[in-house]
Design a protein around this ligand. Sequence first.
Ligand code: GP9
Ligand code: MN
Length: 695
Amino acid sequence: MKKKIKNKKEQLVQLFKRIKQDHLIKKYMKNNVLFLTFVFTCVLNSTLLRFLSMHLIENYLSIKPILADTAVIVLIGAFGYLLKPKNRFSYYLTFDIILSLICMINSIYYTFYTSFASVSMLSLTQYIASVGDAVVENVLQIKDIVYIFGPILLIAVHIKLKRKNYYHKVELKSERKRKTLKTLIAGAVIAVLFTITLSPLDISRFVKQWNREYVVMKFGIYIYQLNDIVTSVQPKINSLFGYDKALKEFKEYYKDVKKGESNQYTNIFAGKNVLVIHAESMQNNLLDMKFNGKDVVPNLKRIANEGMYFSNFYPQVSVGTSSDSELTFTTSLLPTQSGTAFVSYFDRTYNSIPNLMADKGYFTFSMHANTADFWNRRNMYEHLGYEKFYSKADYEVKEENIVGLGLSDKEFFKQSIPKLQDINEKHNKWYGLMIMLSNHTPFSDVEHYGDYEVNMKETVTKEDGTTEEVVYPYLEGRKLGNYIKSAHYADEALGELFELLEQSNLLDNTVVVIYGDHDARISRKEYDYMYNYDKEKDKKLDSDDPNYKEYDSYQYELGRKVPFIIWTKDMKGTDLNMKVTNVMGMYDVMPTLGNMFGFYNKYQLGHDIFDIKSNNIVVFPTGNWVTNKIYYNSQKGEYLSLDNSAISEEEINKNSEYATKLLNISNDVIVYDLIAKSQEEKDILTYQEGVQDGS
Ligand code: GP9
Ligand code: MN
């Protein structure tokens, strides 16, 4: 064994010696000038694009995208060797021009959108038009045209080589194949080197593709653009097949769907302004939590106690998390089975709350202090019907005001007040969404969350009668503890928002709606620790301890509830000030609010909770579902009785079939753009009837 290693070592030393003696590198470079110029210019262009657009230290120091670019270019370049030497220049020049154009277009696009271009936007002609105008006005920006030096350098090198008779060499087919193979292997080695540098976060963001800056920063512009083509074309391909079947099922399903009966809540809020607050990662279990006698979320608790509080409310998100929540809230549809609606299907027709409110004369807007491209909101919002989107560019983001992912919730709310006042002055009625950001995973910005403690304090009386305070660490320094601190911070921000709204008289004619967008994705282990804490030993109780009660997977699943509250300043003490305990999902929001504000979406999948009452069923994108009586886990094929009543197999099957139906219908509505299609059909029918009537 030792001998073998020694031999290998010697062989390597010999190889390096040979490379040095025979000047192999020099020879290689001399014989492959054109290919190397091609690789150099393309990698340089991509690097320049990153440096000139994203001014982040992290970006300057990263080797990952350089490896990725080199791998791609070497692999493309390898095929050039299959051609005869005299034809190679055209091959390299064509690719050099295409790749330089990619850099140039992205550079221009970045100036206007602080993001990178996507082929999926090609369908949006209005964007191209506006970018087009802007390009003309800014055509002289040097940073956008430096990329043409790539092809120019390649041409210059080509001319020089031609003069030196470089292209007259005869290369046999076998020689050309050998060169191609060797170069492909070199490209593959670089690709492997690049792949091992990737983190799970890099991979997950690559798959989702919406965080385009991040993808370019880690994968380089060429892989980004290639991935963009795949993710943009995939939904189009999906929607090519199965359309007729989908349309038939869609028609059958909606034929029997009727608008719910009117009830005592019908039109109670008609004409009032609406302020919806998207409370990031806010779970419902926080409302009952206290540490050392202090509530975790005292403001939310007060708002829930003063308003209409839905305590058995579930988010229905899939991989699109925040964006899925927004989708389901505003359209009463469920997330798609592959991709995410906000990214892959943003260009569909949606019957959404902002669209229907706009029809009623409301001014509609959204406010979020993150970049407009996060979850592709900029584009999706056009289709959801928001007239104005106040995003990061509309806020002043100073370093000292950053908490977690970006501008702190406190500062976000503070800076939003003048904007709200302006809207309130200019518009009779408005509907607005405010998306919070600070309480976002990984909840590690602890020093900015304030001084809320998640330890356990006890006062003990000593033998001499004096008292002493004993502090047990409990959740301090743990993930769940950090989340609780973060949620406490977000709750303080909410409290401040309500004060500011009151001071600016913005609550007088406004209904505030608050929802938690999804759970905090904290592991079950953490809850198990919290509920089974052994303070004496500062660890979790042993599982054989008689006091140990496992926080089981059902408790965990059911514990993923989020708060949903409808509040007005004069609700307290009235009939509307109540707690609704019937199970409810995010898709029931639109029908419930619709009944209160006087709008109706024919394609809603949920129900007005005051119409369906205790008969409701909440379907999750996984196929799981929950009613007042049963929680069903479709992957495990297991259920849990929630009220100890007997459960028949028939009931399980019926509900599971309903869940599958809903998920399929919802997916088809979005993928095949069926709302638009049925609208078109209706228009044609009305037209034909008109022709027959002679009108
Ligand atoms: C970002 C925010 C978070 O803008 O809405 O999204 P999430 O990671 O929760 O889906
Ligand atoms: Mn979220």
